[in-house]
Design a protein. Structure first.
Length: 422
């Protein structure tokens, strides 16, 4: 870039010098030679006007292209054009002016001095050269300003935008795209950098989903591991009651203690994982409420549900998360009730209410306030796998969607009401 600017400056200086030399050459052409025709005409005119000059009359002096003056035979100035009032014969000789004797026949009248205009030409030439150089300098400055503005638009400005974009990407902000501009030096890079941003955003989203999937898998596996551990502990306790030898009791005690240790470690893993699961992304959006019927059909994989019609409405929900809620509710009913499930839906008070009821034993009343707690499993869960997370997660997801989950014990069953915001 510096080399280009220096090259442009050198070119301008060469152009200026050429213009100055051209002016000097043009001004100097034929300026040192005299037009003898014009000189003879001036001589004859001066001879004719000489008598009047001696009387002090200068109005009839002939015009001429030359600066001139008239001297008498003694060298005294009797007429001079403007600027030559102090001219003398000695001054004319010193300046190398052209001195011509004037004769009227054989009589010498005086001398005609044609002023040598080399000095005047030099002054005029210097003025013209300075004018050319000044104009060239102005053009050079204007060209420089235009070039700098062009650089600002095509190089420096885009480079600054690239710098700001790189800082945003480094800070992790991948949502703001880089404006495409192919009319600058970085046009080709602009599209590439924005593609890089889009790919980074996609990779980050995939990484987030993979991480989230791993967390959910860890929670599920932890939940599944707790059941066999509980079984191992229960068997160890039963065997310890019927053990005969002290050594056998000791070994069973060790098994029981290790089962407790593993259970505690899994519980810690559960808690840590669930704290992160609180960050489950929920994206509720306005959707056709009738699409919820398909979610219910997918949740009822054992085909035990009697599904009623869903009223025509617009509801706010995240289909993926609402599917999780229905999956948990139907799984609980399969596991603890084992009866047909009746599903009804109606709108009212700003919500689409979806009621899922079965005809099982329900939850013991003294344990009912704890059903939404993490890891809580009631006394009716013996012999059934589970982690006490289904209702807890479902309740959390419904709140995130602006709705709610309400559960009730009935005289002949259990009811779960999912309220989706209209």
């Amino acid at each position: 870039m510096r080399r280009r600017i220096i090259l442009i400056m050198v070119v301008f200086l060469i152009i200026q010098s050429g213009l100055a030399l051209a002016v000097l050459r043009f001004d100097g052409e034929d300026k040192s030679s005299l037009d003898m025709v014009k000189v003879n005409e001036l001589m004859y005119s001066c001879v004719e006007a000489w008598p009047r000059l001696q009387q002090g009359i200068t109005d009839s002096m002939p015009p001429s292209d030359y600066e001139y003056a008239l001297l008498d035979r003694e060298g005294r100035l009797i007429y001079a054009r403007d600027g030559q009032e102090k001219l003398s014969l000695q001054e004319a000789i010193r300046r190398r002016d052209t001195v011509i004797d004037l004769y009227d026949g054989s009589e010498q009248l005086g001398k005609l001095v044609l002023v040598n205009d080399l000095v005047l030409q030099a002054g005029r030439q210097q003025g013209r050269v300075l004018a050319v150089l000044g104009a060239g300098t102005v053009l050079f400055i204007m060209a420089g300003i235009c070039y700098v503005l062009c650089l600002e638009k095509t190089v420096f400005g885009p480079f600054k935008r690239l710098k700001v974009f790189a800082v945003r990407v480094a800070e992790g902000n991948l949502d703001i795209p880089l404006t495409m501009d192919r009319d600058n030096a970085f046009g080709a890079f602009t599209e590439s950098f924005d593609l890089m941003r889009a790919e980074l955003k996609k990779a980050r989203e995939q990484e987030r989903r993979a991480s989230q999937s791993k967390k959910e898998l860890v929670a599920k596996l932890s939940h599944d591991i707790k059941t066999p551990i509980a079984s191992i502990k229960a068997v160890a306790e039963v065997m310890a009651v019927g053990a005969e030898g002290e050594k056998e009791k000791q070994q069973l005690g060790i098994i029981e203690a290790k089962a407790d240790q593993i259970n505690a470690l899994i519980s810690n893993l559960f808690h840590a994982t669930l704290e992160e699961l609180q960050e489950l992304e929920v994206k509720p959006a306005v959707q056709d409420g009738r699409s919820i019927r398909e979610l219910l059909i997918q949740a009822d994989y054992l085909k035990r549900a009697q599904l009623g019609d869903i009223p025509e409405c617009l509801a706010v929900f995240d289909a993926l998360r609402l599917q999780q809620v229905f999956d948990n509710l139907f799984e609980n009913s399969y596991k603890y009730a084992g009866t047909p499930i009746q599903v009804t839906a109606e709108t009212g008070q700003g919500y689409l209410s979806i009621v899922c009821r079965d005809y099982g034993p329900g939850v013991p009343e003294k344990e009912f306030p704890l059903i939404f707690e993490k890891f809580y499993r009631g006394s009716n869960t013996a012999g059934k796998d589970g982690a006490g997370l289904g209702l807890y997660i479902s309740h959390y997801l419904m709140e995130k969607m602006g709705g709610s989950l309400v559960c009730k014990n009935l005289e002949d069953g259990f009811l779960a009401e999912v309220k989706v915001k209209l």
